[in-house]
Design a protein around this ligand. Structure first.
Ligand code: ADP
Ligand code: MG
Length: 574
């Protein structure tokens, strides 16, 4: 084929594909436009997970009738004049391609009225064709309706996930903006029900509560508005007791713009080093304010990536603020497997390992490459027969085996025992469950609710009987016997907390992970005094496990001090 310049519709469709990936991207672009228009109220209405309809209405400055056709033209914007403006952008939009892209892959309706005009105007764009604006009586502001997304791009349509997944992505997108802009009133309606709203009174913690629930919000730590000369860091981070199985709970805004940045995520995750178990991640919403000249926002059509002029500086400041805030709130971790096993070290450590600590922060600081004699007895093989010697700090069992001394974390060990029992029952389809005297109603965040709905079958196999009861509420009738000692709503929350973590986990993986969570809740806690007989029983049960040396979350259940190591430590051998 000879080289040819592509016809306009083809070029538009290609460009549109970069901007509009899925319904949530439409929501993002339209919210950005409303914010740029100075809106105080933004209302989002979604049907069919956004494929059927996304409508965003705002009370911003509106678009004059004469400019309506321009608004949907490609590279037409009111936010930028010269190339130099690119380096001092204070609006969220600037590329002038969102509306035109949406109009290229969906049926777009744009209704707007500016102050001073007697009435508003309405314009329709379908398959690239634009209608003449018609007068219409509407209040000041703009309403954009997007119907039948990807009606002319079947391939893209097939890439979309289930309706519930798309709904969840939309709620994530809306709630993120609501937290970043607490002074704006957001309202989200999906499937005919209002699923989220923020008051717009400027209180960010109140929005965090509306998104994550009151309990979580109460525990989230406010970053002290650390103001350097160049950069301001604000937001909320979770305490080490709240964590997730993926980085999805990390949200960043740079100068009011939502961005995805793997290095920023890493910076924050590293700030939790030693405070969270391996494989667990914090929740955080972090807002950075940086002089516009320090950040290039024109990196990608979605504008969700930025390039920092001095990335190391941005990352290290963010990390320092998070770390300092955390350490100001949390006692430092006390077990350090990397340090050497000296007598004085032992005494020092023993004095700080108490049940309180172990309850609040069941973490281990894993130093790579430690070669000391104190080692977690990590994977590999069955256990030898162990003899219970006693309990230390009501948290650890001391046991003797043929090859030395074992220190066993009673909580982690019991988790392992329960986990293998539950998984075995689950595989036989025979998990024991217990009915509640009275069914109870539990309310979830919008995104948790849609996840829960998607995973009802999984929950059933684990012994829960739950059914939807309104958009965000569920009715719980039965729960696994293992969990009867826990408040039933808590029991359900424990499990649902894990749904958030993966996009589409293999269901067997998900079930194993949920089972692990159930067992964590049901197991013997640190701080619980056990009789010698109970200790011995726990050891027997542990010996019967397939993977006795780690808990279901991958932490070691035991530390082994070999006879050899003991002899070396006491100077009996070189
Ligand atoms: P950009 O936001 O990059 O300028 P868009 O395609 O998103 O490009 O929008 C094109 C133009 O339409 C904007 O520059 C703005 O002038 C106008 N516009 C779009 N949405 C709104 C809105 N909700 N309120 C007021 N003006 C809007
Ligand atoms: Mg825009």
């Amino acid at each position: 084929m000879p080289i040819q310049i592509l016809p306009d519709e083809v070029a538009s469709a290609i460009a549109a594909g970069e901007v509009v990936e899925r319904p949530a991207s439409v929501v993002k672009e339209l919210i950005e436009n409303a914010l740029d228009a100075g809106a105080r109220r933004i209302e989002i209405l979604v049907k069919g997970g956004g494929r059927e309809l996304v409508e965003v209405a705002d009370d911003g400055i509106g678009i004059p009738a004469a400019e309506l056709p321009l608004a949907v033209a490609r590279f037409a914007t009111s936010k930028l004049r010269t190339a130099d403006d690119l380096y001092a952008i204070s609006t969220l939009g600037f590329r002038g391609e969102a509306l035109s892209s949406i109009g290229a892959v969906a049926k777009l309706e744009l209704v707007s009225k500016v102050e001073g005009e007697p009435h508003g105007h309405r314009l329709v764009m379908e398959g690239g064709r634009i209608s003449e604006p018609q007068p219409i009586g509407v209040p000041q502001g703009t309403v954009v309706r997007v119907r039948d997304l990807f009606f002319n791009v079947p391939a893209r349509k097939e890439f979309l996930k289930s309706e519930t997944t798309e709904r969840r992505r939309i709620s994530e997108q809306v709630t993120r903006f609501a937290i970043a802009y607490p002074e704006i009133h957001f309202r989200l309606t999906q499937k005919g029900r209002q699923t989220f709203q923020s008051s717009g009174n400027g209180d960010r913690r109140e929005v965090v509560a509306a998104v994550f629930g009151v309990d979580t919000a109460r525990q989230m730590i406010n970053l002290p508005a650390a103001e350097g000369s160049k950069m301001k860091v604000e937001g909320f981070i979770s305490p080490p007791s709240i964590h997730r199985g993926s980085r999805r709970g990390l949200t960043f805004f740079v100068n009011g713009r939502w961005v995805k940045d793997a290095s920023l995520s890493t910076a924050v995750v590293q700030a939790y080093h030693g405070l969270l178990m391996v494989g667990r991640y914090p929740l955080a919403i972090i807002l950075l304010n940086i002089p516009p000249g320090e950040v290039d926002v024109n990196v990608h059509p979605t504008k969700a990536e930025v390039r920092f002029r001095r990335p190391e500086l941005v990352f290290s400041i963010t990390q320092r603020v998070v770390r300092a805030t955390l350490l100001g709130q949390t006692p430092p971790p006390v077990i350090d497997l990397g340090s050497s096993w000296s007598t004085s070290g032992l005494m020092g450590k023993q004095s700080v390992i108490g049940p309180d600590w172990a309850l609040a922060h069941p973490t281990i600081d894993e130093q790579p490459g430690s070669t000391q004699s104190l080692q977690p007895a990590l994977p590999g093989g069955a256990l030898p027969l162990l003899r219970a010697v006693g309990q230390v700090g009501a948290s650890y069992l001391v046991a003797e085996g043929p090859d030395g001394l074992y220190l066993i974390d009673q909580h982690a060990a019991h988790e392992r025992v329960l986990f293998e029992a539950l998984m075995a029952a689950h595989d036989r389809g025979a998990v024991e469950s217990q009915a509640l005297l009275e069914p109870i109603t539990v309310e979830f965040t919008p995104s948790e609710a849609s996840l829960l709905e998607e995973n009802l079958a999984v929950l059933e196999r684990l012994g829960f009987d739950v059914e939807p009861f309104g958009e965000r509420s569920f009715r719980l009738r039965r729960l696994p016997v293992l969990l009867v000692r826990i408040a039933p709503d808590q029991a359900l929350r424990v499990v649902v907390g894990d749904f958030e973590e993966d996009e589409t986990p293999l269901s067997s993986e998900l079930e194993a992970r949920l089972a692990a969570r159930v067992c964590k809740r049901a197991s013997i806690k640190a701080g619980q005094v056990l009789s010698l007989a109970e200790q011995q029983q726990l050891l027997r049960d542990l010996e019967g496990c397939k993977s006795p040396r780690t808990c279901p979350h991958g932490r070691p259940t035991m530390i082994h001090l070999s006879v050899d190591a003991l002899e070396r430590q006491f100077g009996r051998r070189g």
